[in-house]
Ligand binder design. Sequence first.
Ligand SMILES: [Zn+2]
Length: 382
Amino acid sequence: MYSSSSNPLASMASFRMEGRMLRYSVFIPKLYNLCKSLGCEAGKIMPSRAFCSDESQGYPIILIAKHFNAFPFDHGRVGGVVATGRHGPYAEHGQDLVIIQASHVGYNRETKSFGTYRRLQTQEQGLTSSCGKVDSVLSWYEAEYRFARENVLVSRENGRWIIIIDNQLLNQERDEGLYLHLDRLIATDDQGRMNPVRAYSTSKCFHASPDLARQLDQDAPARDVREPLGSRLLPEWYRFSKNIEGDMEGGGQLAMNLAPVAPWVLASKSPLLTAAKVNTQVEFDRAYRSIVRDPSYRNKRVLFIAGLNIDISPDRGQLFPLTKFIPWAAYLQQPNAEHRNLEQEELFSKLAAQSEDNPDQTDLENAIRLMSEAEEVRIPSD
Ligand SMILES: [Zn+2]
């Protein structure tokens, strides 16, 4: 999905949010009706969800169970990663299969900002980061980025821009860390060599490249004093390298999804929102290929839909978040093996065109009452 050969900003911008949000109470009945319009048979549909472990789980899952008349299979790993190793057992559970993947991000309605969620069940009922797993994956990149912002200095000397770089950032032999694209930041001589103007005890000073000098001229410091490069360190000027550990479909997969675009994620206005959108895009691309390949889906009708859950913190008196869903893409496969992808525009239009009424939905309270009133089945012990 993301590679070094294409501009990540263009791919990120393709995920539209404006005018594409659906409340879960509207999204799920519309999705159910869409499934029926695609040939799914009432009572034969097995839903599945690939959600993060936290606030995504409650309200959306209750609505899925209510409208699809079946409790959804669990296809999700923390952070909204699809457990592709569970395709086999899942595919056995139904004739028509509907998988909903969603990464998620919190939203604070008071500050109108993304990335936090009020957890009513904590003692302080405080705001904490959401998605917490995405936040923990990003924290390593943030620390490296902060160090580079503070330890790359720029100044003007005799009317020419110079750049002073900490020796740690000049060391290309490190196992992992933030690696500056030095050839874009430092002026080279006729032979392409980067010659230090002088060396200090823990850093070296170079003439700035024409590219960097041009950028700095747009935002020149008032005096010829050394200043940290700070937020002027552009994503195009560095990359990260990190040894990613952990099981590949747990935190490791999430880290792998975010690693190639971490500089752009950190430079965005709302890194947790940007990261959640990127994860949805990468997971759709990865998981749809696994569905196409997996023999357990042969002769089955499959709708795999990926999107973003926005969790709006509950207000006083509300039990659940007001979760909204933004569809990104879907994969549709018919039992005769016909298959195709639906891009965001087409997918949203198809959902929007569906009715919000679902005459097949279950009265969950009644279903719970019937279960509690049913005659008990006594199970003999061995
Ligand atoms: Zn989460």
